[in-house]
Design a binder for this molecule. Structure first.
Ligand code: UVW
Length: 308
């Protein structure tokens, strides 16, 4: 299981104030503000073959879940309803029970991760848990505010760069690794891009769920800060945290989540299948994802796609 050891004092220094955001004190969308019509046009101009890569996992019983989360789908009744009318129509509906934005392929919104500072839980743009979070959902930073990602996606194949098919659990990916892999691939990243990191860890999904869930290779804080400086809109990976688990500093829990989501307004997308993109060496593509508009939710399931 992930290490949840956490030192609050390490995060409450005076230089740790991250608001107001660069988009103003009322902003709830963070880096989604970088999703401009120009980015849409640049992304669609990358579509040359019309080939679609589905990056989402199948949601199913037995898939790896973070401790404390659950997923079930049932079809009540057999059938759920009917028959109706002279034509004897019957129908089936499903009931899904889950932390629906935080299981399987999952998009982390800005209300997902915060930081406790002097007894107050602070999220993106200084919004306080005590003021915006209710049992009925988030009154600020809900997933319905995000909009649609139709932008340039860049795959960074760090596994290939390191000559491996799968980076072992706990491998910290540095900024230099990202830069080296990008150089080798002959691509750059820029403002408004989604950066997808292929580690090979996804090979374990539904094959060795125990090892998959034990941790993961991923970016460390230094790499996250470099990505943030490039003004990207979202990080993504074939792992459950995108960041390295166990963390580089065992006293910090999910520091990259805190840095990117909480402080920089940069989104995160987890548990992707990046194997086909990596096998085909497709490093630059149109990336599309529309978070499901659950009002006041912290995240969203979905099936992100890359098109080349
Ligand atoms: C937690 O929410 C703790 O982790 P993740 O966003 O990786 O699911």
């Amino acid at each position: 299981a992930a290490s949840l050891a956490f030192s609050a004092s390490a995060l409450s220094s005076s230089d740790d104030v991250w608001w107001p955001s660069e988009w103003g004190p009322d902003d709830e969308r963070g880096a989604a503000n970088r999703l401009t019509p120009e980015k849409v046009i640049a992304a669609t101009s990358l579509i040359q073959r019309g080939q679609i890569y589905q990056l989402g996992r199948v949601y199913e019983a037995g898939m790896p879940l973070f401790p404390g989360r659950h997923y079930s789908l049932t079809i009540p009744g057999s059938p759920t309803g009917g028959p109706f009318g002279n034509n004897q129509t019957v129908y089936n509906d499903e009931v899904v029970s889950a932390q629906i934005g935080q299981v399987g392929t999952q998009f982390d919104g800005l209300g997902h991760i915060g930081t406790r500072v002097d007894k107050e839980d602070i999220f993106y743009n200084g919004f306080k848990q005590s003021e915006f979070a209710t049992a009925a959902g988030l009154q600020k930073l809900g997933i319905e505010n995000v909009g649609v990602f139709l932008t340039r996606g860049v795959l960074i194949d760090v596994a290939a760069y390191k000559g491996m098919t799968r980076l072992p659990v706990g491998t910290a990916i540095s900024a230099e690794d990202l830069q080296g892999a990008l150089r080798q691939q002959g691509v750059t990243i820029g403002e408004g891009d989604v950066v997808l990191i292929h580690t090979g860890h996804g090979q374990l999904w539904m094959v060795d769920n125990e090892e998959y869930s034990r941790g993961g290779p991923g970016i460390g804080l230094e790499a996250a800060r470099w990505l943030a400086e490039q003004k990207i809109v979202m990080t993504a990976a074939d792992t459950w945290a995108v960041e390295v688990i166990p963390t580089e500093n065992e006293n910090l829990a999910f520091p990259v989540h805190q840095e990117l989501l909480g402080k920089r307004g940069i989104y995160n997308l987890e548990n992707l299948d990046l194997s086909s993109l990596a096998a085909d060496k497709v490093y630059e593509f149109a990336f599309m994802f529309a978070p499901v508009k659950f009002k006041g939710a912290t995240g969203s399931p979905g099936n992100p796609i890359a098109v080349r």
